[in-house]
Design a protein. Structure first.
Length: 157
């Protein structure tokens, strides 16, 4: 039974983060890399379906990952802080570089991730509502822990 393989890149994206706890609750198989160099080393060892990075595109810290994922089955998202929120920008989609593709606000990205993790063939269909996956103010889940899916977001653009 296959589960989605996700690599979380960035010091604040670890197994104790609310973000990671929700993904694990939904049934994702998670790996962690606090730095770009550690993520790049992991790409040489195994394949990922999704890479979510808090490293910035603007300062170039996330750019080292792009050539390693180009041509792979992976999708890479990087965050870009904006005022009191952030945008999640797709950089590589299904192994193809996709500069300029539409991004997601934090709430929309959470909805996208929920759909991606729970609809992947063989996913565990994680249980929501046990308190782990409730809103923590990030704005990407409704209060009470139920997924905020008001529209179906496509996995590919």
């Amino acid at each position: 039974m296959a589960t989605i393989k996700i690599l979380l890149v960035g010091e604040d994206l670890n197994q104790h983060s609310h973000f990671a706890q929700c993904l694990a609750c939904w049934g994702a198989n998670l790996q962690y890399a606090p730095s770009c160099s550690q993520a790049c080393a992991l790409f040489k060892e195994r394949a990922f379906d999704l890479v979510v990075s808090r490293l910035k595109l603007v300062d170039g810290s996330a750019l080292q990952m792009v050539p390693l994922l180009d041509g792979s089955p992976a999708t890479l998202f990087c965050s870009q802080p904006v005022a009191d929120d952030c945008w999640w920008l797709p950089v590589v989609e299904g192994g193809r570089v996709c500069w300029g593709a539409p991004g997601f606000r934090a709430k929309e990205f959470g909805e996208f991730l929920y759909r991606m993790v729970t609809t992947m063939p063989g996913s565990a269909q994680g249980t929501i509502g046990n308190g782990i996956c409730s809103s923590d103010g990030d704005g990407w889940l409704n209060e009470g822990g139920s997924p905020a899916i008001r529209k179906v977001l496509p996995v590919t653009w």
